[in-house]
Design a protein. Structure first.
Length: 118
């Protein structure tokens, strides 16, 4: 994995994690259901760990598999959001980075899960 792509992905996941933590705190204060946000937060943390160092991931096969499924389910929504924006908008660039980061994490998770299936 190229270092520029890794740095971009780490920054993207760190931003996503901060936003999800804030959302969970806000939802908790307002007594909203936060189950989905917490699942996405944990999946994002796993995605970040995999990007930082795939050889040192300390999660179970089940946790990695669930994270992969959650991150994969986010992709179509983010792609639709990106496609609905004009190319010149800053959100478009952020969504492009998020898509690349998710694709990288999903690919790495696939590699790890494939190795553990044997």
């Amino acid at each position: 994995m190229d270092q520029d792509r890794q740095r971009e992905a780490i920054a993207s996941f760190a931003s996503t994690i901060r936003k999800l933590e804030k959302a969970c705190n806000t939802m908790d204060i307002h007594h909203s259901s936060i189950a989905v946000a917490k699942q996405r937060l944990e999946a994002s943390r796993i995605g970040l760990a995999v990007i930082q160092d795939p050889s040192k991931v300390a999660y179970s096969y089940a946790e990695l598999s669930i994270a992969r499924d959650i991150l994969s389910a986010l992709l179509p929504t983010i792609i639709r959001s990106r496609d609905s924006l004009g190319n010149a908008k800053p959100q478009h660039t952020l969504l492009e980075r998020r898509i690349r980061s998710l694709e990288l994490a999903i690919g790495l998770l696939d590699e790890i899960l494939g190795e553990n299936r044997l």
